[in-house]
Design a protein around this ligand. Structure first.
Ligand SMILES: Cc1ncc(COP(=O)(O)O)c(C=O)c1O
Length: 382
């Protein structure tokens, strides 16, 4: 099988597997005072320090979670609720956020919050004028680092500048960015940043919210008061150890690996562009505004579901990029926000490469894609 869906979940890295299994072989709750507990605590704190060193924050700012979704929910809902006391009543999110950010923002409407959805341009980047929507009434603004469907990187500098001038905390979902592009929490100046383990080569079930100590944050879960009181629940020590190991492996040599992945991604885009009626996303943007491993295109006269089915039959695992509910892809809200009509927003394709993708995978895709698109187009016309 040719796996080109690394943005959905990537292969567990050997370093992460080793760290995970080692930690799994030890018994001990890191909250316990005995030697076994202290040993678990040591592993947890080592992982915290490693993650902090790699992301550019203090260890005390690392809050381990179950993954990116929990980190995003905690950032958006936890900050909004905490800032309500100061009278802030609105939440701002970019139109192309992952549902793990969009849906909590919309859920806050039930608590009386208004939502400002910040528009993007045809490439999917935040439009500069979008920041005019921020006011002192904004409780939190969330703009992702790199988009999971298109790979387009957002201009976070102007967001931070504008938001901080108004005293508004900034959250960024860096789930797709970390380990693929240089991510430095302190340098970018955001207040909250989400990470997910299984996107960098750790197992599913671990992630982190990097949260400045002075950023207001209300816990969503209540219990033992772990993770400085904002994320109760016994810590996932093997997961944290694996996240630290995977992130270290991903960040080590990221520039060289990004170059390698860029070449693979461009190979995928070249075979797509050789077909009629294919509109690749973001190809005119400079390299630092694109995720190196994500190739995305909008296709004329194609339904993503039949294209993915045809590719799957040819042994290629790819994605539409958009949310899939009950086995059917919805029109991509990202493509719609970029100005595509609903018909085209149903015809998206995302191929994402990872640390173990090879040129043979790209060649297999090139050999299969023409026939798969032809089949999907015939099915669309029928
Ligand atoms: C940008 C982005 N944010 C959040 C998530 C959710 O992360 P997790 O699967 O760890 O809950 C994903 C997963 O696809 C993502 O791509």
């Amino acid at each position: 099988m040719t796996y080109l869906d690394h943005a959905a979940t990537t292969t567990v890295r050997p370093e992460a597997r080793t760290a995970y299994l080692e930690a799994l072989g030890r018994t001990g709750n890191p909250a316990a005072v005995h030697a076994a507990g202290r040993e678990a605590r040591r592993l947890l704190e080592e992982a915290r320090e490693t993650v902090a060193g790699l992301i550019g924050c203090d260890p005390a700012e690392v809050v381990f979670t179950s993954g990116g979704t929990e980190a995003d929910n905690l950032a958006v809902i936890g900050t909004a609720r905490a800032r309500r006391r100061a009278g802030a009543r609105r939440v701002a999110v970019s139109a192309v956020e992952h549902h793990a950010v969009l849906d909590p923002a919309h859920a806050l409407a039930a608590e009386g919050f208004g939502i400002d959805v910040l528009p993007v341009d045809g490439d999917g980047r935040l439009a500069p004028a979008a920041l005019d929507a921020l006011t002192r009434d904004t409780a939190v603004v969330s703009v992702m680092w790199a988009n999971n469907e298109t790979g387009v990187v957002q201009p976070l500098g102007p967001v931070v500048e504008r938001a901080h001038a108004l005293g508004v905390p900034v959250h960024t979902d860096a789930v797709q960015a970390a380990g693929h592009v240089p991510v430095d929490f302190r340098a970018v100046g955001v207040d909250l940043l989400s990470l997910s383990g299984h996107k960098v080569g750790a197992p599913v079930g671990i992630g982190a919210l990097i949260a400045r100590r002075d950023s207001p944050l209300e816990p969503l879960s209540h219990g033992g008061g772990q993770e400085r009181g904002v994320r109760s629940g016994t810590a996932n020590v093997p997961g944290a150890a694996a996240l630290a190991a995977a992130l270290a492996a991903a960040v080590d040599g990221v520039a060289v690996e990004a170059e390698r992945q860029r070449a693979l991604r461009d190979g995928i885009l070249a075979s797509l562009e050789s077909l009629d009626g294919v509109h690749p996303t973001g190809t005119s943007l400079p390299p630092d505004q694109r995720h190196p491993g994500i190739a995305h295109a909008v296709l004329d006269g194609v339904d993503a579901d039949s294209l993915l089915f045809a590719l799957d039959r040819a042994g290629i695992a790819a994605s539409a990029g958009s949310a899939c509910r009950a086995g059917v892809h919805e029109p991509s809200h990202v493509a719609l926000a970029m100005g595509w009509d609903p018909e085209h927003a149903r015809g998206t394709l995302r191929c994402s490469v990872g640390w173990d993708t090879t040129a043979a995978d790209v060649a297999a895709f090139a050999a299969a894609v023409g026939d798969a698109v032809g089949r999907a187009r015939r099915a669309h016309r029928a």
